[in-house]
Design a binder for this molecule. Structure first.
Ligand SMILES: NC(=O)c1ccc[n+]([C@@H]2O[C@H](COP(=O)([O-])OP(=O)(O)OC[C@H]3O[C@@H](n4cnc5c(N)ncnc54)[C@H](OP(=O)(O)O)[C@@H]3O)[C@@H](O)[C@H]2O)c1
Length: 323
C-alpha cells in the first residue's frame, strides 16, 4: 500500500470495539470518519456524537450488512475501511444461519457485501476484524505449540460442536482472503482474544459480560485456566497500526499476556474487595498460549492487565452496571 488514506469508514461504529476505534481516529485530527450504524437516532449511539472532533469529522450513516446498497453508499469515496460489525451472540444461537452466519459472511451478504463495496470504491486497504475464534478451534494443532497466524479453525469441527460464532468468524475471514486473492483488494485481518476494558457505549457487549460474571456471586467455582485477553484500547491501536503501516499484511493475532483466572480474580479482589467473587477454582488442562509476535513486530504494544481490569470496573460503575 502506498500511503494510508485519511477518509475512512468504520462499520458497526456504535459497538464496543468500534467506538474506541472511532475515538482514536478522531483524536488523530486528520481522519474524516464515516461510521455505519443500523439506527443513527438510537440513544445507544449517542456517545459517538459527543466525541471530540465528531461535529467536524464524524458522519453517521445508516447501513445494514445484509443490504448491499446501504453498505456501498457508506463506503463510496473512502480510502480505507475498518470492517468491525458482526453479530456477537452471548450464548448459543437457536437459528445460527439467520442470526450469526448470514450477517457475518454468506455468499453475497455480510462481509462479502463490505468487500465488494470496497473493491467497487477502489479502497486502498480494508482491515477486517476477525477473532481468535477463527484460529483456535482446531483439534489438529499441536497441544504444546503456541497458536500463531498459521492456525485456522476447522470448519467441520466448529459445525460438529455447533460453535456457530467460531464458524461465522472463520468463514468470513477466509472469505476475505479469497476475495483479496481474486481481486487484488488489500485486506489485513486482526484476530483478537476476549476484549475487556472500559465501555464507551451504554449497551453491555458479549465479552464484557464474561468479566461482569465474576462479580455476580453466581459461580462458587471457576475453571482456573489461562485466560487470554486484550484491552479494547489496545485493539483500536492494533487496527489503526495495521491500517497505517504499509508493510502490514495477512492476519495478526492480538492478545496480551495470558493470566490464570485465579490471578485475575485476586487482582480484582485487591482492587475491589467487596464483591462476591467465586470462592474456589479447579485446575484444567486448557492452558493454550497465543503468539502476538507478528503484531508486536509491527510496533504494537499492550497495557498491563491491572489497568484493563481497573478501568473496566470503573466504567461499569459509572454506567450503573455494578454498584
Ligand atoms: N469483544 C470481543 O471479545 C471480541 C473478540 C474477538 C473478535 N471480536 C469481533 O470484534 C467485532 C466487534 O465486536 P464487539 O465486541 O465490539 O461487539 P458489539 O459491541 O456487539 O458490536 C457489534 C457491532 O456489529 C453491529 N452489527 C451486528 N449485526 C449487524 C448487521 N447485520 N448490520 C450492521 N451492523 C451489525 C452491531 O450494530 P447494532 O448496534 O446495530 O446492533 C454492533 O455495532 C466483531 O466483529 C466481533 O466478532 C470481538
Amino acid at each position: 500500500m502506498a500511503a494510508a488514506g485519511k477518509t475512512v469508514c468504520v462499520t458497526g461504529a456504535g459497538g464496543f470495539i468500534a467506538s474506541w476505534l472511532v475515538k482514536l481516529l478522531l483524536s488523530r485530527g486528520q481522519y474524516a470518519v464515516r461510521g455505519t450504524v443500523r439506527d443513527p437516532g438510537a440513544s445507544k449511539n449517542a456517545h459517538l456524537k459527543a466525541l471530540e472532533g465528531a461535529g467536524e469529522r464524524l458522519q453517521l450513516l445508516k447501513a445494514d450488512l445484509l443490504d448491499y446498497s446501504s453498505v456501498a453508499s457508506a463506503i463510496a469515496g473512502r480510502e480505507g475501511v475498518f470492517h468491525v460489525a458482526s453479530p456477537v451472540p452471548s450464548g448459543r444461537s437457536s437459528n445460527p444461519e439467520v442470526e450469526v452466519i448470514g450477517p457475518a459472511v454468506v455468499g453475497t451478504t455480510g462481509t462479502t457485501n463490505v468487500l465488494k463495496a470496497c473493491y467497487e470504491a477502489k479502497v486502498k486497504r480494508v482491515v477486517v476484524v476477525s477473532s481468535v475464534a477463527a484460529v483456535f478451534s482446531n483439534p489438529n494443532w499441536p497441544k504444546d505449540k503456541a497458536f500463531d497466524e498459521d492456525c485456522w479453525s476447522d470448519e467441520d469441527y466448529c459445525r460438529k460442536n455447533e460453535d456457530w460464532y467460531y464458524l461465522s468468524k472463520t468463514l468470513s475471514e477466509r472469505e476475505a482472503f479469497v476475495y483479496a486473492a481474486k481481486t487484488g483488494l488489500d485486506v489485513v485481518t486482526i484476530c483478537q482474544f476476549s476484549v475487556f476494558g472500559p465501555l464507551m457505549q451504554s449497551i453491555v457487549n458479549a465479552s464484557s459480560k464474561i468479566l461482569l460474571n465474576y462479580f455476580k456471586g453466581d459461580h462458587e467455582t471457576v475453571e482456573n485456566r489461562l485466560r487470554n485477553m486484550v484491552d479494547v484500547r489496545d485493539v483500536a491501536d492494533a487496527l489503526l497500526l495495521s491500517y497505517e503501516k504499509p508493510e502490514a499484511s495477512g492476519r495478526y493475532i492480538c492478545s496480551s499476556n495470558p493470566i490464570k483466572v485465579s490471578d485475575m480474580i485476586n487482582i480484582l479482589k485487591t482492587l475491589y474487595p467487596t464483591y462476591p467473587y467465586p470462592k474456589n477454582s479447579v485446575e484444567t488442562d486448557d492452558n493454550s498460549i497465543y503468539s502476538s509476535e507478528k503484531l508486536q513486530k509491527l510496533g504494537w504494544t499492550f497495557r498491563p492487565t491491572e489497568e484493563t481490569l481497573r478501568d473496566s470496573v470503573e466504567s461499569y460503575k459509572a454506567f450503573g452496571i455494578l454498584n
